[in-house]
Ligand binder design. Structure first.
Ligand code: GRF
Length: 207
């Protein structure tokens, strides 16, 4: 029975980890009933790791080349996640495609944030792609993860206006401001929804 227990989540990052920190801060402020039980990072020197240390969040940092396959390091990750009783995974700048091992261990429980209005500009450098196309509107998408590259059902989107003199840097700053509001909001909603569903299941079992 989960009553009074916080939902445990993991965040996966490869870089700066500003989205990770935005979620961690809202949790610290008591705005989300969750606990980040683990930061998974495939770049041990990434700034995201420093941010986790500051927040006293456990880290699993690894180098993919020290494993013989994606399956092998994902098996290790799954074991760490299960040991930490993680229920949800939020990708925040994790620069790898999620493989079968993780997808099968966490069906419909892996979520990603992408800096464009998907299905436009999937993959790398979505912000650069938007600038090159001279689009007038781009944005941010939060979506469930499947085996594809930035595919998977969309959960939430928010648009960002691109001005005529927009540079990569200014657009990135605008997008990140939106991300830092939107991602914690979605984390909060999904965690609350899971708790509700579990309570309904529990009630059905008791009655
Ligand atoms: C974000 O723009 C996110 O949309 C993309 O990678 C970036 C990660 O930034 N998937 P950060 O590491 O959270 O600062």
């Amino acid at each position: 029975m989960r009553k009074g227990q916080l939902t445990k989540i993991a965040v996966f990052a490869s870089g700066s980890g500003s989205n990770f920190e935005a979620i961690a801060e809202q949790i610290t402020q008591g705005k989300i009933d969750a606990e980040i039980a683990l930061l998974v990072c495939d770049k041990p020197d990434a700034y995201a790791v420093k941010r986790a240390e500051k927040h006293h969040i456990p880290v699993f940092a690894f180098r993919s080349k020290e494993y013989s396959s994606k399956q092998e390091f994902e098996q290790v990750i799954v074991k760490k996640l299960k040991d930490a009783e993680v229920e949800f995974i939020f990708l925040a700048g994790y620069m790898r495609l999620i493989g079968e091992t993780l997808l099968e261990a966490y069906p419909e429980k892996i979520v990603n944030i992408h800096p464009s209005l998907l299905p436009a500009f999937p993959g790398k450098d979505a912000i650069g792609q938007a600038i090159n196309y001279k689009v007038k509107i781009t944005g941010v998408t939060v979506h469930y993860v499947d085996a594809g590259m930035d595919t998977g059902p969309i959960i939430e989107q928010e648009s960002v206006r691109v001005s005529n003199d927009e540079s990569r840097e200014t657009l990135q700053a605008k997008i990140q401001r939106v991300e830092h509001e939107l991602y914690p909001k979605v984390v909060k909603q999904l965690v609350a929804k899971t708790v509700k569903e579990e309570e309904i299941d529990e009630k059905a079992r008791v009655n």
